[in-house]
Ligand binder design. Structure first.
Ligand code: URA
Length: 165
């Protein structure tokens, strides 16, 4: 088995979405299917979306990194630098009202910060024309179910912003 990826995993969903999720990078399942968040973490993300009474098809889902890193290692700074312009173009085309950054890599890259995710989650940021909400990555929730409560709080905030409450 080679280290290489099968394909670029660009994004999926509604191009007119008000809500956009940005993850880290494709894993093995995503690399095979060519779609972000289709493995275990993706199934949890789908449930998180449904928890605020939306469907996966209503939102747009993309990753910071468009190609699966070998052995699912963390993205390298030069990979972030290479891929970020594609993500920014996606954000500019979709023009979401709310962007949920899933996990440290997406949140730190978009916000240009090195602050840990534990410090930036629970807050909201203005990002281009959107509100950016950093939260924990669903893969982290699979390992740390106790963190689901915080993500639920973040998602309730997302719902309130989208419904204008
Ligand atoms: N984790 C991510 O960050 N993105 C995916 O597409 C799948 C798992």
């Amino acid at each position: 088995m080679g280290l290489g990826r099968q394909q670029i995993v660009f994004g999926v969903g509604n191009p007119n979405a008000d809500l956009m999720f940005v993850g880290e990078a494709p894993g093995a399942d995503e690399d095979i299917k060519g779609e972000p968040f289709v493995g275990r973490a993706g199934q949890l993300l789908t449930k998180i979306i449904e928890a605020i009474d939306m469907r996966r098809e209503d939102v747009y889902i993309a990753n910071l990194i468009k190609c699966r890193p070998p052995q699912n290692r963390n993205p390298e700074p030069d990979e972030v630098e290479q891929c970020e312009p594609f993500l920014l173009r996606q954000i500019d085309m979709i023009k979401p009202k709310v962007i949920v950054a899933l996990g440290k890599f997406a949140a730190q890259a978009l916000l240009r910060t090195t602050e840990p995710i534990t410090k930036i989650r629970g807050r909201e940021f203005t990002y281009r024309d959107a509100i950016l909400i950093p939260t924990y990555h669903p893969a982290y929730l699979l390992r740390t179910p106790s963190a689901k409560r915080d993500v639920w709080e973040d998602m309730k905030r997302v719902r309130a912003i989208l419904t204008g409450e």
